[in-house]
Design a protein around this ligand. Structure first.
Ligand code: ATP
Ligand code: SF4
Ligand code: MG
Length: 333
């Protein structure tokens, strides 16, 4: 089973007037066919930067400083310009975070869909591209009468469906979705999520689903990568989040921040403190200023990645006694 997406030790730095911003650090991650991997983290943790790096659409002041990114075995940064153009949208596509503005306001939906096909499928006739566009709209449950509509004539949820339709139009193997439902109300969010799930099951593409909403991601993904200050601090089996097993202290903090509705009370506990300044990352474990378990070692030594039965975590709590005591992680139960 070859991964559709394979990130190996990826780092991205922005050059800024105040100095280099270490937005993504040493990220390794695999996404397999027909699966959904969730990527979550607070605002500014580097999620969109990583997504743009995968699409090779980094901003001019950003640079991939380390690592390799493979999509279907192909090193994205080894592609020539022309090959890259074919690769993008055909093999990998993305629903951008600003998707609500991704559609051209002065073009009908028909024109935008037809263009998607015709710019990537040389020789496809207008009639065939239109027929495919109608199929595509059906797939995302939009009536074909809306081919004639302009984006502003559609609701937010419908516009987002069109954007998703364009992303899957050329049947890519990997679809990156960067906060695809954040701008929508909860009911519409739910219906779009269900649809994404359905499309994914039917068509078998892999999804990297980016969000800051833990409960949303937990519903959709089989694996979840948790990003903090540019690092994936935990990569966990999504089911392990329902079980009483140990996680990275940051993950535990995020989980506590999910509203829990019980008959007696409503508990929401945010994580104290602020995400770090990426210009001046804290020494050792970047989470130490906010971590309730931080020790002197955490303040000076960056933790390695440790394997738990259900997850991989970058935290000293799980690695102090490597070798010998193989149930180190049990001590926190
Ligand atoms: P959000 O949840 O708000 O979308 P994110 O996790 O997607 O956040 P990114 O947009 O990847 O975060 O940003 C990561 C870091 O990189 C941020 O600290 C941001 O300040 C910095 N950054 C982003 N774009 C630029 C840029 N063009 N120049 C300099 N720094 C940037
Ligand atoms: Fe907390 Fe230390 Fe683990 Fe970092 S390494 S998350 S500071 S316990
Ligand atoms: Mg983002």
């Amino acid at each position: 089973n070859t991964p559709v997406l394979e990130l190996d030790d990826v780092s991205v730095v922005y050059e800024s007037l105040s100095g280099p911003v270490q937005a993504v650090s040493d990220v390794s991650l695999k996404v397999y066919p027909n699966t959904v991997v969730g990527l979550i983290g607070e605002s500014g943790s580097g999620k969109s930067t990583l997504a743009n790096a995968i699409m090779r659409l980094l901003r001019n002041n950003a640079r991939l400083t380390k690592g390799t990114i493979r999509v279907m075995g192909q090193d994205i940064y080894a592609l020539g310009k022309k090959e890259l153009r074919t690769f993008r949208w055909n093999k990998m596509s993305m629903v951008f975070q600003s998707a609500m503005t991704a559609l051209n306001p002065v073009m009908t939906i028909e024109k935008q869909l037809v263009d998607t096909f015709r710019s990537h499928r040389k020789g496809m006739s207008y009639a065939e591209a239109k027929a495919r566009s109608i199929d595509l709209l059906k797939l995302v449950r939009i009536d074909e009468k809306h081919l004639a509509s302009f984006p502003h004539e559609l609701s937010g949820g419908m516009r987002q469906r069109v954007v998703i339709a364009i992303a899957i139009a050329l049947e890519p193997s990997l679809v990156i979705m960067d906060e695809p439902t954040t701008a929508l109300d909860v009911v519409v969010q739910r219906s779009i999520l269900n649809q994404i799930q359905e499309l994914q099951r039917e068509h078998g593409f892999a999804i990297l689903f980016i969000s800051h909403d833990f409960s949303l991601v937990a519903e959709l993904a089989s694996r979840i990568a948790i990003m903090y200050a540019g690092r994936i601090v935990e990569n966990t089996d999504a089911h392990a989040l329902d079980r009483d097993v140990p996680h990275h202290p940051y993950t535990e903090g995020l989980m506590r921040a999910i509203p829990k509705l019980t008959l007696e009370d409503v508990q929401i506990q945010g994580i104290a403190g602020h995400p770090p300044d990426l210009l001046r990352l804290p020494s050792g474990c970047a989470y130490h200023p906010r971590c309730p378990h931080a020790t002197d070692k955490c303040r000076s030594v960056r933790p390695s990645l440790y394997e738990l039965p259900h997850a991989r975590v970058e935290c000293h709590l799980y690695g102090e006694e490597k070798g010998g005591d193989d149930d180190t992680w049990m001590r926190r139960q």
